[in-house]
Design a protein around this ligand. Structure first.
Ligand SMILES: [Zn+2]
Ligand SMILES: [Zn+2]
Length: 88
């Protein structure tokens, strides 16, 4: 799947590496594999920081802002569904 994902601040494209740590369980994973959801505890990350040690910057952006070519509304709906399940 080619989603044209890149940092909204510096245009760094995620390279598929496990650069992010879950805020909830500290598991290291690829934030873009499941739209910000931790594969271990299902925690949904609303914000995503760019990865300076992999060539990006240090900006923290809304996870949704990283996606360019897909229907953001659809992704939003999926994420909110997940959030509702987690917090209600
Ligand atoms: Zn987790
Ligand atoms: Zn960046």
């Amino acid at each position: 799947m080619d989603l044209n994902i890149k940092c909204p601040a510096c245009n760094w494209p995620p390279d598929g590496g496990a650069h992010w740590e879950c805020e909830n369980c500290c598991y290291e994973f690829d934030m873009f594999e499941a739209a910000g959801k931790c594969p271990r505890c299902d925690y949904q990350h609303k914000y995503t920081q760019c990865v300076s040690w992999a060539g990006g910057c240090e900006e923290i952006s809304l996870h949704l802002d990283w996606y360019n070519d897909i229907d953001k509304k659809l992704l939003e709906i999926n994420i909110y569904k997940t959030l509702i399940k987690l917090f209600l």
